[in-house]
Each structure stands twice: as structure tokens, then as C-alpha cells.
Ligand binder design. Sequence first.
Ligand SMILES: [Ca+2]
Ligand SMILES: [Ca+2]
Ligand SMILES: [Ca+2]
Ligand SMILES: [Zn+2]
Length: 419
Amino acid sequence: MRAAARVRQWEMVVFCGAWMTAACVPMDQPSGSPLPDQVLSDTPTPPGTVTTHFREIESNDTFETANLVSWRNKVKLSGTISAGLDTPDVDIYDLGSVPAGYRVRAAISYQDGDDVVMGLFDQDQNMLGFINRASWSNGPEELDLVLRESTDPLYVQVAARTAVSRNQSYTVSLTVEDSGVLAYQPQVVVLNFQGARNVKIGRRPAVDVPAFDAARIDSRFAGETETVIQNVLEMVEEDYAGLDVSFYLAGDRFIPAGDRTTIYFGYSDDRLLGLADNIDPYNSNPNQSAIVFTDVFSLFSVLNPTVERISQALANVASHELGHLLGLRHTADVRDIMDITASANRMLHDQWFCDALLHEQILPQGTQNSPKLLSWTLGGELLPPSTLKQARQLKAPELPPGVEDFYIDRSLLSCSSHD
Ligand SMILES: [Ca+2]
Ligand SMILES: [Ca+2]
Ligand SMILES: [Ca+2]
Ligand SMILES: [Zn+2]
């Protein structure tokens, strides 16, 4: 029933875009929101745009209880993240169906000092895009994407990033248009274990990265440097197998000319295992850098890892940082490469890209389907992990006798400390 209603809604969009008759006047009257309109940049509003104003109706805190919004091709959603509730307020809107090939642009406005974030989700509650205007490393302040697959419905989720002490009002501005063209962004990746000068990640000052030496992680690994490098290359290649991304070791004469993203292995940091330039939704920039702070991996020594295991931890972090440079965000699922909740011992074991719960630091509800997002971004199709591999990973890893597991904070993995 609802699906049929949505089809009619979309017929209306086409109709309005073409002729603009009196029948297309929005049903909802402008709400007189005190907030300034967030202006969508780049492209002028196309002719035939009909703006619908919608004010939230609580309770709308889950995908199941989302506010149903009837609109044409531009909508302004006004709401408030309310303070003082037992459960933090979340506002979710159901925008009906949007066909594949349609361009969706979205922006959010709120008062200075407020802390509101928003995400766009598909019918499977997988996040398609995210805006966090308070953090430069989180990607652009506006969403601009073309749907690879149709969705019924398209959801908008709005929440505050921190517990709010006062009500925070916002307006989400969202448009759709029949656009159609979306190129894949394949990627060449260079793993650099040989050291480099003036390596600059994000907004951090440049540093000289020395050549990778496994003995700097643990003296037990002296002489194993080449083995670790080959292990990491194979493990990272496996994480991305099937996608249009190719890996090379620095110095390889077959590295193709042109765009490349480099992951450096070396150096130390007082709080991070790895760091990426930023989160780059849909890989808009194929020339970026990330670093795996290999010296910090001596933290794992108390767990007495084998060469294979320490290689796996390095590969997990390398694939995670590259994931950020291809647009992925943090999740809470120890199987997933973008996870930041796994214990140190778990990090020594294989992770792979999967459909995983978003970390609460992003948004309280929904998932990130990394295989799908990577496929949409790079082209190709991720090979699923073998069932044997999954079974092995799901078995709780054993600890050496008398050793306690611990957690290494990874909440800042993607963000510069100067954020
Ligand atoms: Ca609300
Ligand atoms: Ca709500
Ligand atoms: Ca990128
Ligand atoms: Zn991260």
C-alpha cells in the first residue's frame, strides 16, 4: 500500500518538474523556522523545483517510527534534538522512494556551537552519507551523491554527537534530481615500508618516516622484516580482493603513473595506531596518505604474538586507514575492519569488510555496508570471506596463560589531534 503511494508520489515529481501546475503547491505550509536556510552550493536550483516544508512530529526515534514525509523534489526538514530525555533524542524521516541514478544533495543548518549530525540511509538502514560540520576530517559539509541502487524509502537520521544540555534546533535541506552519471573512482595504493621524508598526514606537521624494521616492534621479530612486509601486502590485498584497487610496494617499477594513495609504515605516535588524511566519501580524492604507526605495535608484545599475528594487526590497521580514504567510517563489530571496539587480542586476528553496526560516535542507529559502499565507490565486487576464515575468526582467540587482554583506544584513529 505504501509502496504504491510512493510510486504516485514520484509520478508527481516528474509532473511537477515538467509543468508546474497549481496541483503542485506543497501541502505543508512554510514553518517560519528561525534558522537561516542552508544554501546548497555548486548548482543553482533547477527549474521546476518545488520546496516542501516539514516539521518533525515526535516520536520519530527509530526507523520503524520515522516521520513519513510527502514531498516533490526539495524538502526542508525542521526539528529539534531535545535535551533532558531518558534516551537521547534521535529524529528519523522517511522520504519515500528514490530511483537509482538520482542525485541527492543535502545540507544541515543549526546554531553556532550546537553539535548536530545527520546521515542519509537506504531501505536496509545502511548509511549512504554523513555530515558532521564540527569536524573538518569528516568530509564535506554537504552531501552530494548519486544513488547506485533505488531505495524505498530513503531515510534521514538526525542526532546530536554529544549529550545535549539544551534543545538544539536544525533544518535539513535536501533535493533530488534525475542526474544519472556517476563514475567509479578506482585506486592505486602504494604500501611504503622503505621510509620517506616530509610525510604529511591530515593537518599534522610533516615528519620523516624511517624504514620499517620489525625489530622495533619486538626484538623477537629481528630478521623478520621482509616476512612481515609480504604478509601485510597479501593480507591487505585479500581485504580488498575483487574491487578495482591495486596494491604495490614502494619502489616497484610497475607502479602505474598517475593518481595514487600511499600508506606509510613506520614512526611512532603517543596515542594512535594509525592515521588517515581524512574521511573521503566516495573517494573524491585519489591522491592521499595514511600512516600505520608501527612502533606503537610494541603494545601488543605482552600478548606474545607470532609474526603472522603481528602482521595481521598491522594489516587490519592499514586496511582500516585506507577504508577512511575511500569514505568509510567507524563501526562497532569486532569482525569488521572499520571497527574500533575490538580488544588488543582480537586485533591480532583477521578482520574483513562487512555490513556492521555504526559506532555510536557516528549515529545511534543504522549500519555501514562496507562491501557495498566500496563496490559503489571503486567498481568491482568485493569477494566474500571464506566460511573457513569466518569460522576461525569467530572462535574466541586464546590468550597466553597469565596474560590479560586489554583495549587500545582507537576512537581518534582517523582524526588528527589538531582537529
Ligand atoms: Ca526531535
Ligand atoms: Ca525524535
Ligand atoms: Ca581518497
Ligand atoms: Zn578509524
